[in-house]
Each structure stands twice: as structure tokens, then as C-alpha cells.
Design a protein around this ligand. Structure first.
Ligand code: F6R
Length: 607
């Protein structure tokens, strides 16, 4: 978490950094700050404050933030509360530092280097600045090398040395840094979103390499001091896709983009009517040889994995585990060369997923990652990568990344079925034509946005909302419930409807709206019975149901939304959009900051 930016060149660095920090704010928005190198080797100037980048902008309007070289930071608080002094950058002696990550041994370092009473903040980051300052005797590379060897934990640092004006130094371990040359200088950032406005050519700074950015370009050295080669990459995101496109919030824009990004994720991977991963170098051998699959992911990405599990188990008949990446290591994971590990991550930087993937690879598991951000750590750590083509997802609540992850899982399940000779031509044709129809069906749902808005009105003042369904319906409700919680702050729980009577039904009253999803023919009668059970306890039920069938309880639904009809296994797609929009409208109508819910950050790079 935390957004990092650094720029050196001919332009005003202050303006560039403030704009970039706004793009990076989704990584954390507890505080923000910038530091500008003094061109004459004088004191580095710092402006920082608790609050958002807009607060920093106001502060900068009153200060001298001129200069052509600087570093900037937007924070998601870990060590030390949200206040001005804990905001980055941190200055110690001649060095000024911004940091993303966690220095686990910061207490030992305080003791070892007798820093007690000398620090101005409660952060682990200032401790690292102090250690670096102690080792700095005119050679920045030597000081960084020595410091890095003393640190335990994860870090991405960008550093200004007072007596080396115009240069930015950076180093990282696990936490990401990307860098690029601009037409008049160089730039670095915690992720590509901030450098896309300048260039499409960038590189990922390798772990434990020191980069130096100056007006003349970029140099990189490994920790032994040897010059290292830069491996350039191209970002294919369209910059115009990073703005709100006329919508009040990114979340709405990103929900509305889903038909297009699903199309862009699926179409290029369909050849002769069949899914094809040859461009990704994924041969059928990988898909045929595994006896088990283990999906590792967090949050929304894990919910996508649950849908993938249902699909693959139903179609292929092999066992699929979906493991919360944050719990993976603590449950003595059993993975081996016969287990295909699928890591799913929008950002490609979620540390728990990354660590779990690395562990599985050490156990000999073949691996495929499904990632949105090109060149991200998880993509690089896995044997194969399939990129979702969702484009930049800026809203903290994931929407289009989720459905593109689902799209990839639909493709993978089909490729597996074909590779294992489980399908004939007709089955393949039927499944693929349904998959290719998803964007149109999504458009149909999006066109009924206002109808969904009315549904959202019915839960606006609820304290608790329950969501019930079975099988695939339950999986998508887990995601729908997470969405509602994170953007509206309404407590909500997704419950497998058959489980309610084992305790939870005690919580259902006339004050507890229940959202029920019924899309699976084979589960319908059981699901409808479960709905009657909550209605009998006074609950007002909002029903999302496939098709137009007239129901016995027709008159007692609080609201009903008829989903467009697809084959059962594809109903996840239209139903998800309705649930995303319900969460969005509740948040919007409550007047909340939809894109930046409290306490959250888009990229979770701490364990
Ligand atoms: C919720 C959300 C999170 C992420 C989770 C994993 O809307 O976005 O639950 O899904 O933090 O992030 P990635 O996909 O970047 O690994």
C-alpha cells in the first residue's frame, strides 16, 4: 500500500507529483507529502499533512514548492497513527525518504543505533531514514547497500540526498517500484498508473537493485555494485481510460465498462471458436496433467476463484481448493507437482497472494496467474500469466477486474474440457457462444440501471442486510456482500441459504432486508423454500431471479429483478452487475466517498 512518486527533469516537479499522487491515492489516503531537492545543495524542502492529496495541494499553495526534482507519497497507515508527523517524507540528517512496506525489525534498529528520543514520528520508515543517514558519507550507493542489509521486511524507498541535488535514488524488496525515462528526465512510481501520462515504456526495478534517476536518464546497479541491464516493457493502457469519463465516480465508470473489457479479455483468446492460450505459452499439457487445482487469492479475487471452482469441478470433475492467500501459509498447505496453482490478483502485488504463490512454486507446483497489471510481481513470480484486459481499475472496490477474472476462468475451464477430450463439437460451440454473448447481456442489465437504483433505495437505511443463495448463487453473493460492506458501510452477510436455519435465522427480523439470488434451475425449488422461511420471519426480500416465470409468492416480494436469461453457469455475469450497482447506489445516495471507502487501500502490500 502507499503510493510513491519521484520525478526529476526540466518541468516543475511539485505540480507533477501532486497530479501523480492523485492518481495513486487509491493506494492509501491517510496522509500525503512531497519533498523537493534544493538545486544548490541546500536543505530539502518538505510539505506534508494528514488528509488527502487535496489537503496537500492547499498546503503547497502556501509554501515554496518550486524545483525540478522531488519525491512524493500518499500513505496507508500501518506503524503510527494518522497525523502530520507520521506523514512521509521523513528527513533525517542529509537524507529524505519515502517508504512503502513494513520494516519488521525497526525496534531492534532503534536500540542498536540509539535512536530513542531522536525520531519525530512513530513510523518504521523514519527509522530506516535514520539508519541510512548514519551510513551516508558521500557515497549514496554504499549507504543504501549497507542500510538494506540491516533491514528485515518489505520496502520500496525513494531517497533524496541533500548534497546530490537533482538525483533520486531508489531500492526495493517485495514492494514494487517502476521507473521510466520521460522526454526531459525520469520518473519512478509505485505503479504504472502514475507514469502512463508520461510514457508507455517503463521497467520494473528488480528487487535489491539500486536505481538512480537524473535529468540525464537512469542507471541501475545490483547490491554488489555491478551495473545492471534494464528490461524495458510497454504498457498498453490507454491514458484516456484513466479518467472518470463523465461519471461522478470511477466505480460507476468501471461498472459501465464491463461489456467492453469482457469483450477485450475474451475475443483475442478465441480461435476457431475455441479458447486458445498459445499467445500466453500455456500448452494443453499444463491443463491436462494436473490432478488438483488450488486457487490462491484475496477478497474479490478469491470470490472469482470460488466461481472458477464450481465451474471446473462441474465441467472437469477434478478437485479445486480455493484458499484465502492470507491463510494459506498457516494451514500446512498440501501442494505438489500435481497441483496446478492459480493465483488471481487485480493488482498483481497483493503480498499474501505473492508469498503463497512463491511457496507453492517451491513445492514444485505448476502455476498460472490471472493478473490485471502488466509486469506486476505476481505475474513475474508465476510460470504462466494470463492478463485480464480490464484496464486501470481506480475505484478501491473491484468490479470490472472481478468479471474479467471470471471471463478468464470461463475460458480456462473450457480449454481444460477440450484438452481432456470431455466435450464434443456441439458442447464446445454451445458454451463458447454463450460466453461470447456475455457483453450483450451485461449491456441489457446496465440499461436497467435506474430500476436497480430503486432497489438500492429499499436498503439505504438498513443496519444489516442478509444475502442468501445456494451453489453459484452463494458464491456471487459473497462478492455482492463484500461490495455492499466496503462502499456503503452497511453490515451485510452472504449466507448459504440452507445454513440459515442452523443458527443465523435468529438474526432475521422485519428490519433485516434479505437479498436472494435464484439463477440455478437445479437449486430453484430449495432456494425458494429458504426464501419463504425468512419471509415468514417478517423479512422483506429483494429477489434477483433468472427469467420471467410467475412465482407463487409474487405479491410479497419487496422488489424483484428479472435477470436476462443465460445458461445457468453464466448467470453469474448479469447477477454480479446488479449486486455491484446496488452497492454503488447505496454508497452514492448516502453521500459517501464511493471510490475511497474509509480505512481501505486498493493495493495491499502488507501482510
Ligand atoms: C474489494 C477488493 C479487494 C481485492 C483484494 C485483492 O473490492 O478489491 O478485496 O480484491 O484486496 O486484491 P488483488 O486482486 O489486487 O490481489
Amino acid at each position: 500500500m502507499c503510493g510513491i512518486i519521484g520525478y526529476t527533469g526540466k518541468k516543475e516537479a511539485g505540480r507533477i507529483m501532486l497530479d501523480a499522487l492523485e492518481l495513486l491515492e487509491y493506494r492509501g489516503y491517510d496522509s500525503a507529502g512531497i519533498a523537493l531537492s534544493d538545486e544548490n545543495g541546500g536543505r530539502t524542502r518538505v510539505a506534508k499533512c494528514a488528509g488527502r492529496v487535496k489537503d496537500l495541494r492547499s498546503l503547497c499553495a502556501e509554501k515554496d514548492v518550486s524545483g525540478h526534482c522531488g519525491i512524493g507519497h500518499t500513505r496507508w497507515a500501518t506503524h503510527g497513527g494518522v497525523c502530520d508527523s507520521n506523514a512521509h517524507p521523513h528527513q533525517f540528517g542529509a537524507v529524505t525518504v519515502i517508504h512503502n512496506g513494513i520494516i519488521e525489525n525497526y525496534r531492534e534498529l532503534i536500540e542498536k543505533y540509539e535512536l530513542d528520543g531522536k525520531l519525530l514520528s512513530q513510523t518504521d520508515s523514519e527509522v530506516a531514514a535514520a539508519v541510512l543517514s548514519r551510513f551516508y558519507q558521500g557515497d549514496p550507493y554504499a549507504a543504501i547497500r549497507k542500510t538494506v542489509l540491516k533491514l528485515r521486511g518489505t520496502f520500496a524507498f525513494a531517497v533524496l540526498f541533500e548534497d546530490i541535488p537533482g538525483k533520486i535514488f531508489a531500492v526495493r524488496n517485495v514492494s514494487p517500484i517502476v521507473a521510466a525515462s520521460t522526454e526531459d528526465g525520469a520518473i519512478l512510481a509505485s505503479d504504472v498508473a502514475a507514469i502512463v501520462p508520461f510514457t508507455t515504456q517503463y521497467f520494473v526495478v528488480p528487487e535489491l537493485h539500486v536505481v538512480c534517476l537524473s535529468g540525464d536518464g537512469i542507471e541501475m546497479y545490483d547490491l554488489s555494485g555491478d551495473r545492471a541491464q534494464i528490461e524495458w516493457m510497454t504498457v498498453d493502457w490507454d491514458i484516456t481510460r484513466s479518467d472518470k469519463g463523465g461519471y461522478p465516480f470511477y466505480m460507476e465508470k468501471e461498472i459501465m465498462e464491463q461489456p467492453r473489457v469482457i469483450e477485450e479479455t475474451v475475443r483475442p483468446r478465441v480461435k476457431d471458436g475455441r479458447p486458445d492460450f498459445s499467445a500466453e505459452g500455456i500448452g494443453d499439457d499444463v491443463l491436462v496433467s494436473c490432478r488438483r487445482i488450488c486457487v490462491i487469492a484475496c477478497g474479490t479475487a478469491m470470490h472469482a476463484g470460488l466461481v472458477g471452482k464450481s465451474l471446473i469441478q462441474a465441467i472437469i470433475g477434478i478437485h479445486v481448493d480455493v484458499v484465502m492467500a492470507s491463510e494459506f501459509m498457516y494451514n500446512d498447505p498440501v501442494v505438489d507437482e500435481n497441483t496446478l496453482v492459480i493465483a488471481i490478483s487485480q493488482s498483481g502485488e497483493t503480498i499474501d497472494t505473492l508469498e503463497a504463490l512463491k511457496f507453492a512454486r517451491k513445492c514444485g507446483s505448476p502455476s498460472i496467474s490471472i493478473v490485471n497489471v502488466k509486469g506486476a510481481s505476481i505475474a513475474r513470480a508465476s510460470e504462466h500469466v494470463i492478463y485480464t484486459h480490464a484496464g486501470p481499475e481506480i475505484a478501491v472496490a473491484s468490479t470490472k477486474a472481478y468479471t474479467t477474472q471470471l471471463a478468464v476462468l470461463y475460458l480456462l475451464a473450457a480449454r481444460m474440457a477440450i484438452a481432456r477430450n470431455l466435450w464434443d463439437e456441439e458442447q464446445t460451440e454451445r458454451y463458447m457462444s454463450e460466453l461470447l454473448r456475455v457483453p450483450d447481456v451485461m449491456e441489457e442489465v446496465l440499461a436497467r440501471k435506474e430500476e436497480i437504483h430503486h432497489i438500492a433505495d429499499t436498503i439505504l437505511n438498513a443496519r444489516d442486510v442478509f444475502m442468501i443463495g445456494r451453489g453459484l448463487d452463494y458464491s456471487i453473493l459473497l462478492e455482492g456482500s463484500l461490495k455492499l460492506k466496503e462502499v456503503s458501510y452497511i453490515h451485510s452477510e452472504a449466507y448459504a441459504s440452507g445454513e440459515l436455519k442452523h443458527g443465523t435465522i435468529a438474526l432475521i427480523t422485519s428490519q433485516t432486508p434479505v437479498i436472494a439470488v435464484v439463477t440455478q434451475e437445479k437449486l430453484k425449488s430449495k432456494e425458494l423454500s429458504n426464501i419463504k422461511e425468512v419471509q415468514s420471519r417478517g423479512a422483506k426480500v429483494i429477489l434477483l431471479i433468472k427469467g420471467k416465470e410467475v412465482l407463487e409468492q409474487e405479491k410479497i416480494w419487496s422488489r424483484i429483478f428479472r435477470l436476462p436469461v443465460m445458461e445457468d453457469e453464466f448467470m453469474v455475469m448479469p447477477a454480479s452487475i446488479v449486486l455491484q450497482l446496488i452497492a454503488y447506489f447505496v454508497s452514492l445516495d448516502k453521500g459517501l466517498d464511493v471510490d475511497k471507502p474509509r480505512n481501505l487501500a486498493k493495493v495491499v502490500t502488507v501482510e
